[in-house]
Design a protein around this ligand. Structure first.
Ligand SMILES: [Zn+2]
Length: 292
């Protein structure tokens, strides 16, 4: 994807996909040879799964457009063990931040609406974000057709900055870090699937993934002991399961085992999460035996 000679021009709103063959016009016109013509690439484009929605910024009251996933069209394939959603042809995590182009107020979509903001937070955002980032423009710039992983990460980092300025709940900050980590995983996977692998870029993406993952794990652990559930829309056992999977990935087997045990004896956990916890328990036993 990034091998396209014209990559970078997407920022200007130009569709350069399929324009990577610079010398295509030198080919002779095909003379009615449909049978031997190269197969057309019918792979759907990411843009086909996105729609633009107008929302009002609760800080500056201006209306702007934001990209969302067409949930009726995009097909969910499942999730990574740590609940990162996987869809066919599009990574929904890239499109889960709303960012006002006029004043800089930015948050993960579920935290964006004004009813989440206290007057103290509004004041902090006004001083710490809007006063610094307000752009005196009449019209919002056009959105790119799709976001690259780097563009998406930039939006999430601005969301994290906003979360810090408004002194958001620990869970909001941890969840934002978790999603940045998922994006870096997506970026690494995209780089790994490329024909010419850029090993340095892959290693850098994986290092960023781990850095944000550890922050997310520490924050979510703290949130579970200090906040009421639901946390970021997840009930108690779902958060415990998420943390158990994260601890497992971070090789914190003692913590992971403790969380799994909690879920298995819980009176309120559903069968689905209990079954998944049992599977994780088996994986833990194997990993500990293997001394990994
Ligand atoms: Zn605004």
């Amino acid at each position: 994807m990034s091998d396209n000679l014209l990559s970078g021009l997407e920022k200007l709103g130009l569709d350069v996909s399929g324009m990577d063959n610079l010398f295509a016009e030198e080919k002779k016109e095909p003379v009615k040879q449909e049978e031997t013509a190269a197969p057309v690439d019918n792979t759907p484009k990411e843009t086909e799964f996105l729609l633009e929605k107008s929302i009002r910024c609760p800080m500056c009251e201006k209306v702007f457009k934001t990209k969302n996933i067409k949930s009726a069209r995009a097909r969910r394939l499942g999730a990574d063990p740590d609940l990162r959603p996987r869809y066919e042809y599009v990574d929904p995590t890239k499109y889960d931040v709303d960012s006002c182009p006029f004043c800089g107020y930015t948050a993960i979509s579920r935290f964006f609406p004004g009813e989440n903001l206290t007057s103290i937070q509004r004041k902090a955002l006004q001083e710490g974000v809007c006063a610094k980032l307000t752009k005196y423009i009449n019209e919002a710039p056009a959105l790119p057709e799709t976001y690259t992983y780097d563009e998406a990460v930039e939006r999430y980092k601005l969301a994290l900055f906003n979360a810090m300025v408004k002194n958001a709940k620990t869970s909001e900050k941890a969840y934002t870090c978790l999603k940045i980590s998922w994006l870096m995983r997506g970026k690494a996977e995209e780089l790994e699937a490329a024909e010419n692998k850029d090993e340095a870029a892959i290693a850098a993406a994986r290092a960023e993934e781990n850095k944000f993952y550890e922050q997310a794990y520490d924050g979510m652990t703290k949130a579970l002991s200090t906040e009421n559930t639901p946390i970021c829309g997840m009930d108690q056992s779902t958060v415990e399961y998420l943390l158990a999977q994260m601890a497992f990935k971070l090789k914190k087997y003692t913590e992971s085992s403790r969380l799994v045990a909690n879920i298995l004896v819980s009176q309120t956990a559903g069968n689905n999460v209990k079954n998944k916890a049992r599977d994780l328990k088996d994986e833990l036993v194997n990993a500990i035996r293997a001394g990994k």
